[in-house]
Design a protein around this ligand. Structure first.
Ligand code: DIG
Ligand code: MN
Ligand code: MN
Length: 389
């Protein structure tokens, strides 16, 4: 097994303040670790080889901070960025935590709350841009329903669209170099969250005034919570030119949003994710939107961060080994074999082509006898990952 390189800024690994800074709260228990300041979190990441740090507005500046407190917090944060060399690739707004958003932010039935959500988002966009963010994520954690009784579903979509159109207008007006990345999730904290999957978000983006400004931030755990194959979601996002950001973590099927360390639950799925991102030449942030176990102490939180990056780099090496493996490549060539007799029918439609194809005699029985060596191929992937190949 070739030596796995140490993580470095060239790998563009990033973490949210809320990830390694998570003090271990969960719905059934309070913090198990000290709450760290944003500057301390940056310094923790500084020693791990991470490239970037992201934040929700209120991870950095508490919602009730005074102007003087905000000024001090920002100065400390900027100093820590300078000391560590970390950058801020992405920022986002916390539109989930405050009770005002209990029935949604952009889709809230109360026009005052929708307007407040826009105001909070504009301020948070300014904050993110002020420290260099180029990507702005929208995760609508509260945009949804617990009962559809009383929900105007079409009105909710319109409000969501109006809010994003307004904020696209704001970014254009301020001439910010900023792209929006929408993050889907099927449920939690709402029983159903609107636009629950990356596919649903892709369709929604096309209804916006400036779809060119808006892409996707697929999260591994969220697609898996919906019972979907996250690599397929990444491929559809990439195919649409909309893979602006990615939230890497891991998840057991049928569970609440576990946000596990990348590769902690399903190493094979993580391999196909890394293989896809590296094969297509994805150049965006590799953001680990994940949390250490609540049982971790501060030292184990650092091991968590290192584990996310090291697993990614191990799987990147495995993807390279896959590419160089002669037996694997031989099987891929067999699967993708070209049939010269079909060349006249390939490419776009033409009446003559359709006429000829309608006349062509296929030996359906022979086609049905053709097998595909996926068992052999998949076993080779398993052996590659098991380190016996
Ligand atoms: C949760 O998966 C969401 C929020 O933490 C945040 O808005 C987004 C950023 O990656 N992910
Ligand atoms: Mn999540
Ligand atoms: Mn996320």
């Amino acid at each position: 097994m070739p030596r796995v390189p140490a993580p470095s800024p060239e790998h563009r690994f990033s973490f949210g303040l809320w990830t390694v800074g998570n003090p271990g709260r969960d719905p059934f228990g309070g913090p198990t670790r000290p709450v760290r300041s944003p500057a301390d979190i940056v310094r923790l990441l500084g020693g791990t080889g991470a490239w970037g740090v992201n934040f929700h507005d209120n991870d950095l500046v508490p919602i009730d901070a005074t102007a003087a407190e905000e000024k001090r917090i920002l100065a400390d944060f900027r100093r820590a960025l300078r000391e560590t060399g970390l950058v801020v690739p992405m920022a986002t707004t916390n539109l989930a935590f405050d009770p005002a958003f209990r029935d949604g932010a952009f889709t809230n039935p109360d026009s005052r709350i929708r307007a407040y959500a826009l105001q909070k988002s504009m301020r948070a966009i300014d904050l993110g841009v002020s420290v260099g963010a180029k990507i702005y994520v929208f995760w609508g954690g509260r945009e949804g329903s617990d009962t559809d009784a009383g929900k105007d579903l079409l009105g909710a979509l319109k409000r969501y669209r109006d809010a994003l159109n307004f904020l696209c207008g704001y970014v254009r007006d301020r001439k910010y170099d900023l792209k929006f990345a929408l993050e889907a999730k099927p449920n939690e904290p709402r029983a159903d969250i609107y636009l629950p999957t990356t596919g649903a978000m892709l369709a929604f983006i096309q209804t916006l005034d400036h779809p060119e400004m808006v892409g996707l931030n697929p999260e591994v755990a969220h697609e898996q919570m919906a019972g979907l194959n996250v690599t397929h979601a990444l491929a559809q996002a990439w195919d649409a030119g909309k893979l602006f950001h990615v939230d890497l973590n891991d998840q057991a099927p049928g569970r609440y949003d576990q946000d596990f360390r990348f590769g902690a639950h399903n190493l094979k799925s993580a391999f196909f994710i890394v293989k896809f991102l590296e094969e297509v030449g994805y150049e965006g942030p590799r953001h680990f939107d994940a949390h250490a176990y609540r049982t971790s102490d501060e030292g184990d939180v650092k091991a968590f961060a290192r584990g996310c990056m090291r697993t990614y780099l191990i799987l990147k090496e495995k993807a390279e080994a896959f590419r160089k493996d002669r037996e694997i490549q031989g099987l891929l060539a067999e699967i993708g074999a070209e049939f010269r007799s079909m060349r006249p029918f390939q490419g776009g439609y033409a009446p003559a082509k359709a006429k000829a194809l309608r006349r062509h005699a296929f030996d359906r029985a022979a086609l049905g006898r053709r097998g595909f060596p996926y068992e052999r191929l998949d076993q080779l992937v398993v052996e590659l990952l098991a380190g016996v190949r």
